[in-house]
Design a protein around this ligand. Structure first.
Ligand code: SF4
Length: 427
């Protein structure tokens, strides 16, 4: 492990990035019950999640099929390496070489390699403001705090591609447990209660939700102490009608603008590109700083194969056209495009992202992880050195073009781009 960290550090130019990459890649062994007995108010006082989920369809609804009382584990950790902190999304894995446990001075991540000092870690508290209620639900039902300073807002739950059986090959999405009570509009309801009538669904569920979200946003801004920055990340899943999807998301965003101009926070809009280019202009006028569109793989043929549902909604060539139009409106470096490393040959992806970067688009990546119940459950994940090499390649591109990674190292949980770029000489 010690040698592996040294090798990765020399590729990435940052020991913090190397350790974070290893933690993301192989997960951490965590015993939720041990944490419960060691930490007062665990799990309630912290940001936690169930250690396991099984997404699938049941009686026409897309839900988490897991019914066992799985213990809660931290959703994220802050690690301290070489005097700086980074947030890491927790991926619990019993076979990991890393283990989170209580040391004499708080939580430590340990390994069996005696040459490696244990790593200081801390859990993220759930600020009291997140437990205040708006229309009967805790505020973090509407706005999730990720890391130290990113507020994430989901327009609705679900992805219509799952209902069509043409979801992306790697995706296990994020279904809720059946019967979970939530005010967030859901595609299960759109389908089962509203018979795919989007305007009726949005009027009945989306409008009241948008009003509640605005109240939740106002409450958080007035007293949660979120910082050091404020990244506001507005996301959608996928409706089968892209025009309707943009209408809903722009309507929801308009409610946020009523609380605080989006131009005054670092605001991100993350969904599929629109069919109508006028929607891009509306997003810019609302004050969004950055657009995020996930293409997942680069190239017409591979995109059709890996993301058949997305391809039907937004074919590859139209996607590229919309990226170009977005750069023309938002500016170079303000349109990000996400890819899944491991979903196609790395050289093919590198060639594609270089083309996009030269046009002003900032490429991002997440590493493919096999998920139970998906067509790619048995596909190999990318080798960690391949991942490090690709991240270093992207950092060079960022440096060459003057691009910045998304969010910051305290709120970007599954990416090491901030950590690498922080180690590069300033331009
Ligand atoms: S678009 Fe693809 S990756 Fe995104 S939620 Fe739907 S199936 Fe999953």
């Amino acid at each position: 492990m010690f040698d592996e960290i040294s090798q990765l550090t020399s590729i990435l130019g940052s020991r913090r990035a190397a350790i974070k990459l290893l933690l993301i890649n192989e997960g951490i062994e965590i015993d939720g019950l041990e944490l419960k007995s060691a930490l007062p108010d665990y799990p309630k006082a912290y940001r936690t999640k169930r250690a396991r989920m099984r997404a699938g369809l049941a009686s026409g609804a897309f839900v988490d099929l897991e019914t066992a009382d799985i213990p809660f584990i931290p959703a994220e950790l802050l690690i301290m390496v070489d005097g700086a902190e980074s947030v890491v999304k927790v991926n619990a894995r019993d076979t990991s070489r890393f283990r989170l446990g209580m040391g004499t001075n708080g939580l430590r991540i340990t390994t069996r390699d005696s040459r490696l000092e244990s790593i200081s870690a801390r859990l993220l508290f759930r600020p009291a403001a997140l437990s205040l209620t708006v229309d009967g639900f805790p505020i973090d039902t509407y706005l999730q705090l990720l890391g130290c300073d990113r507020l994430a807002l989901l327009g609705y739950t679900g992805c219509a591609n799952w209902f069509q059986g043409n979801q992306c090959r790697f995706c296990d999405s994020c279904a809720q447990r059946a019967g979970a009570k939530t005010p967030v509009p859901s595609l299960n309801d759109l389908r089962l209660k509203f018979k795919d009538d989007v305007p009726a669904w949005w009027k009945s569920q989306g409008k009241p939700y948008s009003e509640s979200v605005a109240r939740a946003f106002a409450t958080l801004l007035s007293g949660s102490g979120i910082g050091p920055h404020l990244h506001l990340h507005v996301m959608a899943g996928n409706l089968l009608d892209l025009d309707a999807e943009w209408e809903c998301m722009l309507d929801l965003s308009t409610h946020l603008v009523g609380v605080k101009p989006l131009s005054e926070v670092e605001s991100y809009l993350n969904l599929l590109p629109p069919k109508r280019s006028s929607d891009l202009d509306r997003a810019r006028k609302l004050g969004f700083h950055i657009l995020i569109f996930h293409m997942e793989v680069y190239g017409d043929q591979v995109y059709r194969e890996v993301c058949p549902g997305k391809h039907e909604l937004m074919p590859f060539n139209t996607f590229v056209e919309r990226l170009d139009q977005s750069v023309a409106l938002f500016g170079r470096g303000r349109v990000h495009c996400g890819f899944v490393l491991g979903a196609q040959p790395v050289a093919e992806l590198q060639a594609g992202v270089a083309v996009l970067a030269a046009k002003g688009i900032v490429p991002d990546y997440t590493s493919f992880t096999p998920k139970a119940g998906t067509p790619w459950a048995k596909r190999a994940r990318p080798d960690i050195h391949e991942t490090a090499g690709f991240a270093a390649f992207l950092a060079e591109i960022y440096h060459e073009h003057g691009y910045s990674p998304l969010y910051c190292s305290l709120s970007s949980r599954s990416s090491i781009m901030n950590e690498i770029c922080e180690g590069l000489p300033k331009q």
